[in-house]
Ligand binder design. Structure first.
Ligand code: SAM
Length: 479
């Protein structure tokens, strides 16, 4: 019970005016003051669910499946480990095999996933820090195209770092107000997730100060932004496509009323896709309309709201716009392509890569397949992954080549043990008991997942972890 949680009286009065009849205010307030269970999601781009369950058992981690997300678990670690080692410094986390994500926040991608097909183009309109983007990428199995947009520059950096750690390769990042998509990317996406900026009323269990600046006026102001974003999202959706709208707040002003705004504005071209059967017991949170209004006391989670719509017909947009300026990438020159292909075949036995190799100056990038249909519509901060840089004697492979494609290597891989991994993430070279092959590069793995590159050097592996990713402090070993 956290009595420091700030819950203003006006907020309580407001909630009392719309809480459903089958729930009580006493239960609601008690849940708001209760700590949150830790939840994690297995990143299936890096580790199978089965392997995670095996490793969790070896670590004496207690895991309980989250009913709405096949790869999600509530997690309790042994007391001593919990006290001594932050979850972010565990091997499973550093290797990108797991992601700490609140259980209810796993719902929006799951709602979208029931409509996903191979090769789909998906937009995540308000994406940082990337919990749902990385979940979507895993659900898409790194195939198709995932455009992840974020307005805040600092949060965009966090988003990029999340996607690198999680081995996401099918993503293009952009840095715009989500309002632009309807005009610049009119009817371009098969699915859109709008996990909207909101007043965050559902997050008090994680942040006792979440309601410090709460006011009805601020809810109303945010609702206006949400209306412009959902309008833009609907315009950017292809006819037949699906839109998931979600928030981590409870007020109908930012939830049901935004949905009503969409339904009224595009009457005849939009229909609700009911979520009441999304998972067993979804009906406990389902509203009459088919939305999920997740109150914290229902599943002992954060508060959330999720709605899903299908666009049934094309809608006119007379404001369509075209990007100006040159596209800075071109298909990779034959000579560079050959040098790169020879290098990865010789060193790692990799003969085919998913996607298209493009170049910008000396950089080689691997774009998601079919990116040409979207690449010139807006300016991206980055597209796909940077795999190598060319120089006069050949190519230099990049960190992301290893984290995103290292699982394809059939030779020159090296599994780090706990103390070697600690050295690696602290930027040190890795000492070996005996000399390695003495030349060329090596994909380093941790928990079976690729984490980066090293270079064989007699009795050590030279550390090639980018300096900005070097960690300080306690890592991996906790006793
Ligand atoms: N989907 C994210 C995740 O699961 O990790 C959380 C998104 S958070 C609820 C909303 C995000 O929208 C914030 O990162 C915020 O910076 C961003 N944002 C705020 N206004 C925006 C706008 N007009 N267009 C796009 N993004 C916006």
């Amino acid at each position: 019970m956290d009595n420091k949680t700030y819950i203003p009286d006006e907020f309580i009065d407001d909630v009392a005016s719309y809480i459903p009849a089958h729930l009580t205010m006493d239960d609601f307030i008690a849940s708001c003051r209760k700590g949150l269970r830790r939840a994690i999601r297995v990143n299936t781009l890096k580790m199978s669910q089965q392997e995670f369950e095996h490793q969790a058992a070896q670590l004496h981690w207690h895991i309980e499946p989250i009913p709405w997300c096949e790869h999600g678990y509530w997690l309790t670690r042994p007391d001593e480990e919990e006290k001594n080692l932050p979850i972010g410094n565990t091997a499973l986390h550093l290797s990108g095999c797991i992601y700490v994500q609140e259980a209810s926040s796993m719902l929006p991608p799951m709602a979208l996933a029931t409509s996903l097909a191979p090769g789909d183009k998906v937009l995540d309109m308000a994406a940082a820090p990337g919990s749902k983007t990385s979940q979507l990428a895993a659900l898409m199995d790194n195939q198709g195209i995932l455009v992840a947009n974020e307005l805040s520059s600092s949060r965009l950096k966090t988003l990029a770092a999340t996607l690198k750690r999680m081995g996401v390769a099918n993503c293009a990042l952009s840095h715009f107000d989500g309002q632009v998509f309807g005009d610049y990317m009119y009817e371009s996406f098969d699915h859109i997730l709008l996990d909207a900026p909101c007043s965050g009323e559902g997050t008090v269990r994680k942040d006792p100060d979440a309601l410090k600046n709460w006011s009805l006026t601020s809810n109303q102001d945010i609702a206006e932004v949400q209306k412009t974003l959902i309008h833009s999202a609907f315009m950017a959706l292809k006819p037949g496509g699906t839109l998931v709208y979600s928030t981590c707040t409870l007020t109908p002003l930012e939830n049901q009323q935004i949905c009503t705004h969409l339904l009224d504005t595009f009457a005849g071209d939009v229909e609700i896709m009911s979520l009441h059967e999304l998972f067993p017991e979804a009906n406990k949170a389902a509203t009459e309309q088919g939305y999920l209004h997740v109150w914290p006391q229902i599943y002992d989670s954060e508060g959330f709201f999720i709605a899903k719509f299908r666009k049934t017909g094309s809608v006119v947009n007379s404001q369509q716009k075209k990007k100006k300026g040159q596209f800075p990438f071109s298909p990779c020159a034959k000579k560079d392509l050959q040098a790169f292909e020879t290098s990865i075949k010789k060193q790692f036995g990799i003969t085919a890569l998913p996607g298209q190799l493009m170049s910008r100056d000396k950089e080689l990038w691997l774009f998601p397949q079919s990116m040409e249909t979207l690449q010139e519509k807006i300016k991206y901060s980055r597209i796909g992954i940077k795999v190598a840089t060319t120089h006069k004697n050949g190519v230099k492979l990049e960190h992301e080549f290893a984290t995103c494609l290292g699982h394809l290597a059939i030779s020159n891989t090296f599994a780090l043990n706990a103390s070697q991994a600690k050295a690696y993430f602290q930027g040190q070279d890795i000492r070996l008991d005996s000399a390695g092959p003495a030349q060329g590069e090596v994909v380093l793995t941790l928990c079976g997942a690729p984490v980066g590159l090293g270079k064989w050097q007699k009795a050590k592996i030279k550390n090639k972890l980018p300096r900005d990713l070097v960690l300080n402090g306690q890592l991996i070993t906790w006793v």
